[in-house]
Design a protein around this ligand. Sequence first.
Ligand code: AMP
Ligand code: MG
Length: 499
Amino acid sequence: MKLGLKHSWAQLPPLMHTAVAPLPVANPYCLVFNRALATELGLDAKAVEAQAGLLFSGNALPDDAQPLAMAYAGHQFGGFSPRLGDGRAHLLGELIDSQGKRHDLHLKGSGRTPYSRGGDGRAAVGPMLREYLISEAMHALGLPTTRSLAVIGTGEPVLREDGALPGAILVRTAASHLRVGSFQYPGSRGDIDTLRALLDYTLARHYPAAATAAVPALALLQAVADQQALLIANWLRVGFVHGVMNTDNMALSGETIDYGPCAFLDEYDANKVFSSIDHQGRYAFMNQPLLAQWNLARLAEALLPLIHADADAAVQQAVAILEPFPARVQSHYAQHLRAKLGLPDAGQGADAVAQNLLQLMQHCGADYTLTFRALADVADDGPNAAQRQATGTATLQQQMAADPTGLQQWLQQWRAQLDAAPAAPGERSRAMRRVSPAYIARNHLVEAALASASTDADMAPFKALLQVVQHPYDEQPGQEAFALPPLPAQRVTRTFCGT
Ligand code: AMP
Ligand code: MG
């Protein structure tokens, strides 16, 4: 079967890729398939789904696939690896959707490549379903992200620390797989021709307006920084902790990429770290703006020779772009927080109220998602307002049980701001519910769903959770249990890459 694949990546200089085919597996079968995404991508969803196990395992690829592994470098937890690359992934080609937008079609867990180093080239069912679920949840939350088209079980075991686990391949789509590490690869080798070709390619694909700027490399840095500032602020809005913000895991498109030990906050904690491999707390929740800036500085380093022939002048121009970055994220986040408080047009007074709330939540260990959603109920003045207000207030009292006086004081500050910014009946709470989700992919539910899928081959809990997180802002009668924080015994405090 042909999928209409294009192959622009293969036109890049040879340093950037190696032609290599996915390795066939024992018994491929489709665990989950995203019909809506397939249709958006212009595919015949039914026909592709029927053959997904074959098409996406390497056992019988699409007829127009030209599989390759991409090369990149990267700083992992601060240490530079000059050569990473797709060690267990293959790009099959690119799909052009009905809007004319190009998407990489990519397999993860599809066998060894020349970039595998010591790895087996494979992936386990749990982590691949995890990426499927969380990337689709992020998309539904309105965040730019890679998407998941399918997860294919391989019928082969993979050996991990916990023993033999069922193997799987994720079929991922992305605006592209261009990463900070893609530029670091030719950059660290001093390969200016490849660097220049990569710059032209990236601008043509993602930022065509920047291609005509006086200094295109500088315009790229600015454009990527702009997108990352928006992205990271959105992560903060929904309480997302990426967990492995290495430079090979930061996409130049501004999409969230590489869902490993990521997690959504339960209780608010600015310093929250989930990943078992993040020993220093490098990628803690509120560190994410600074670490994104650090990654952008690595992109700037790679681009320096294309920015200015004089190195000092190049550095100066790059610094001027990077310096304001953390403040820009904070300013986007402050705007989100005002919207979450129902005060989208308010000024600095509202920002202080928001900061006071975060402090109170941190002190009380209040659930981030539940608290903001409860505020929408408290602020509700539409139909059934009295009942919603009572429920919202009860939730707040429960979440802030450690400091009832602090809660009362904060509510007074907030009310003063609300009174100063009147809105049409019911309108304020509706707007608040559009920026504060009720349903996130809660860690304890994710773990339970993945355990059922990989241990008992029971996909029902996964599909139920997926269904709920695909409509995160909607009230879903009967699904309220999915909105609740974990009981103490259910709390997930650590997450694992599972690679
Ligand atoms: P990640 O932590 O997923 O961003 O991966 C970092 C690097 O390790 C990338 O170059 C991956 O391709 C590679 N890698 C991760 N797991 C495996 C594996 N099981 N086999 C081969 N390469 C891997
Ligand atoms: Mg990666």
